[in-house]
Design a protein. Structure first.
Length: 196
């Protein structure tokens, strides 16, 4: 129980995709197509973003935008975190990293459905556990690796910003990989970071 006798909803304790939109149509479409074992899907308007963000532990796994307006706090919320950003249509100016852009919600849904494969087969045998954590190739469950889970969500590579935040993120990822003896390495190609 949390707060005044209320339970924390499941969406607050598992991987979460936050959908920024003015109307909840995209949220509903994605929620129907994605297995909650991979991630929960939550909707937020620009005004609700901070409240919804704080409810995601430790942070949203993926952010999807479907609005022409950039919530003013989004760049600060994304700063230095391994969060894949997807946008339907033209993304607004001011995003700190280049998002994956999709022409429509169907293309976006197809891309995100690829994430479901990470439950059964991931890079070098490292795969996602249900809701939170990963499983090493030797069968060990590995928890507390939110940075690594975030990078796994970026199937085509995670867009990084410039400077120290990107370097700190890469160092944190290396520490999670090495500290858990995982058969993964980081590969950096310009502004993209990938698992190899």
């Amino acid at each position: 129980m949390t707060g005044a006798g209320r339970q924390r909803p499941r969406e607050s304790i598992g991987r979460t995709i936050v959908v920024l939109e003015d109307q909840p149509y995209l949220w509903a479409a994605l929620r129907q197509r994605l297995d909650p074992a991979v991630a929960y899907v939550r909707s937020a308007t620009a005004e609700e973003l901070t409240e919804v963000w704080r409810a995601c532990r430790p942070w949203p796994w993926i952010v999807v935008g479907a609005s022409s307006t950039l919530p003013p706090e989004l760049p600060d919320l994304l700063d230095g975190l391994p969060i894949a950003v997807h946008w339907v249509g033209q993304p607004p100016a001011g995003l700190p990293v280049a998002p994956s852009v999709h022409p429509d919600w169907v293309a976006l849904a197809a891309t995100l459905q690829r994430l479901q494969g990470l439950i059964s087969q991931g890079p070098n045998g490292v795969r996602l556990l249900r809701n939170r954590g990963i499983q090493a190739p030797d069968g060990r469950p590995v928890l507390g690796v939110a940075h690594l889970e975030g990078l796994m969500a970026a199937l085509d590579g995670l867009a990084l910003g410039d400077g120290r935040a990107a370097d700190r993120l890469a160092a944190r990822l290396r520490a999670e990989i090495d500290g858990n003896r995982l058969p993964l390495r980081l590969e950096r190609d310009g502004q993209l970071l990938r698992l190899a």
